[in-house]
Ligand binder design. Structure first.
Ligand code: ADP
Length: 518
């Protein structure tokens, strides 16, 4: 009797159950349907293409940009008794020739190929007549200019597939779930009516803790004191912050390493390996760190700054708890983070359309932070997955706090914006409401508005948070404007704002969201 997917999983990998989504994906592939699978980092993508590789006749080519991980993957397969190899720029020409010879003799079931190598004339010539049953494109978001890791070599995958005598089933895997990237993958690889799976985004073992804090360094030190010997990552937005945090911890005697694009390749490699091999237990890094990291025992991830998008955030916290043990993900947020990220977007992206797109992503991240709904539910819904119940494992679910009626305060804000007539930035609206003597405000004559100074009881920061909370719940809208110095957002009223103003809709928030912050 022929083997079933579960038999393969048990026989080769020693696992007894598939994770959510894996079996459906595998079944699609063995029925020769193209697949686009969107699974988070650590979700178990490899098994989704490796198990079909063993069930289908012929060879599976896995296209992956992660050269440094290919050897590990292939070694792991070999230990399981699966004939596999890899082709990338690390091979000498004699090693390459030997592999070609072996391919000629049909010795491999799975071949990992770096996308640049698909250009190799010898390789194409040899493989085109072979029985290639599956092309699995890992990190498929690299085909998309919207993704964060666009690679030109990925755009040539389709022309490689075209050269094969028979079209294999083409499968694409990524952790990036945005609509734009999804469309680009399907178009660029010309997937044929693919089965699309969005699955496994829920990582129940991760406690999602978003802390609105202005004393981040103290928070980190206190946390580390209570979590000695545990492994964790601290992500910061800039190299400068990475260095600063690293120095601070190093001086205090913590076992810590650092990682960012400003370090030499050699230093990055050593630092990463020290962390992976438990020589140090903390790594402070920019988001340059982590792609393809499969370290099981990361107990916590701390974000020193808000990340640029929900994708980035979820990918980064996804590095915690790969062993399924309880792990904590703490995002330390202060409103200044928004400016840092806006600045980074403005200086790193030239194209205006892309810039606005990235600002939009940042806004979604900000809305998440200011939301008082279950964080996990909001994140999963962003990725297209539905969580029916509240998770009870995020700081919004677990923070106690009475629901309080903020309708009156919301009306004050809305009526002030209404009276200011045009769309202004949050800062000046706050200044008017708390009655500041800011010159710009006086020049505009806003001190004569009836709403001038009507929210004096709020601190500047808390009122900013309140207005942003109104935005994240849709009671106000942000519009992006492009100016001389990059983009800047202004606040606008919408239908819901008018309903609040007329008393047709009530605004209720959990007390802690507003009073405990900062
Ligand atoms: P991804 O490529 O999606 O980041 P991997 O394929 O590397 O994730 O899988 C992450 C980890 O989960 C690996 O250690 C893998 O062996 C493990 N894993 C995958 N599927 C299962 C399963 N069904 N049961 C148990 N462990 C699994």
């Amino acid at each position: 009797m022929s083997l079933k997917p579960l038999d393969i999983l048990t026989k080769y990998y020693g696992y007894t159950n598939f994770r959510r989504g894996q079996e459906d994906i595998i079944n699609s592939i063995i029925n020769r349907n193209d697949v686009l699978a969107i699974m988070p980092t650590g979700g178990g993508k490899s098994i989704c293409y490796q198990v079909p590789a063993l069930l289908l006749d012929g060879i599976t080519l896995v296209i992956s940009p992660l050269i440094s991980l290919m050897k590990d993957q292939v070694d792991a397969l070999k230990t399981m008794g699966i004939n596999a190899t890899y082709i990338n720029s690390s091979l000498s020409s004699s090693e390459f020739n030997e592999i070609l010879e072996n391919i000629k003799n049909n010795e491999y079931k799975i071949i990992y190929v770096a996308p640049e190598r698909l250009d190799s004339y010898e390789f194409i010539n040899l493989i085109k007549d072979k029985n290639v049953s599956q092309i699995a494109v890992d990190e498929a978001h690299c085909v998309s200019q919207w993704g964060h890791d666009f690679r030109i070599s990925y755009t040539k995958i389709y022309s490689f597939i075209e050269k094969l005598l028979n079209r294999p089933v083409v499968t694409a895997f990524t952790a990036t779930a945005s609509q734009e990237v999804r469309k680009d993958i399907i178009a660029s690889l010309r997937l044929l009516n693919p089965d699309i799976y969005i699955t496994g985004f829920n990582r129940e073992n991760l406690y999602i803790n978003i802390v609105k804090s202005s004393s981040k360094n103290k928070y980190i030190i206190d946390y580390l004191e209570n979590h000695k010997k545990e492994n964790g990552i601290i992500y910061a937005a800039t190299r400068k912050d990475v260095e600063k945090i690293y120095e601070g911890l190093y001086k205090r005697g913590y076992s810590v390493s650092k990682y960012h694009a400003g370090l030499s390749q050699e230093e990055r490699k050593i630092n990463q390996e020290d962390f992976i091999n438990d020589k140090v237990n903390i790594i402070v890094a920019t988001n340059a760190f982590g792609m393809g990291i499969d370290k099981p025992n990361i107990r916590w991830v701390i974000h020193y700054n808000m990340p640029q998008s929900i994708e980035n955030y979820y990918q980064e916290i996804g590095r915690a708890g790969r062993d399924n043990q309880k792990s904590e993900c703490i995002l330390l947020f202060s409103p200044g983070d928004i400016h840092i990220q806006q600045y980074l977007i403005d200086i790193s992206i030239d194209n205006n359309k892309r810039k606005l797109f990235q600002h939009e992503k940042l806004q979604q991240m900000k809305d998440l932070i200011y939301s008082n709904d279950c964080y996990r539910k909001s994140i999963l819904s962003y990725f297209g997955e539905t969580l029916l119940e509240e998770c009870n494992n995020c700081s919004n679910c677990l923070t106690e706090g009475e629901i309080i009626d903020k309708t009156l305060d919301a009306q004050k804000v809305i009526s002030c914006i209404y009276r200011m007539k045009k769309s202004y930035g949050v800062n000046i609206i706050v200044d008017v409401l708390i009655g500041s003597k800011n010159k710009k405000l006086l020049d505009f004559g806003f001190d004569e508005l009836s709403t001038y100074g009507i929210m004096k009881e709020y601190s500047n920061e808390n009122l900013k948070i309140f207005i942003n909370t109104l935005v994240s719940h849709g009671y106000l809208e942000l519009v992006k404007n492009i100016g001389y110095n990059g983009t800047y957002p202004t606040v606008k009223l919408n239908d819901l704002s008018m309903k609040v103003l007329k008393g047709e809709v009530e605004v209720k928030f959990k007390e802690t969201i507003i009073s405990k912050s900062l």
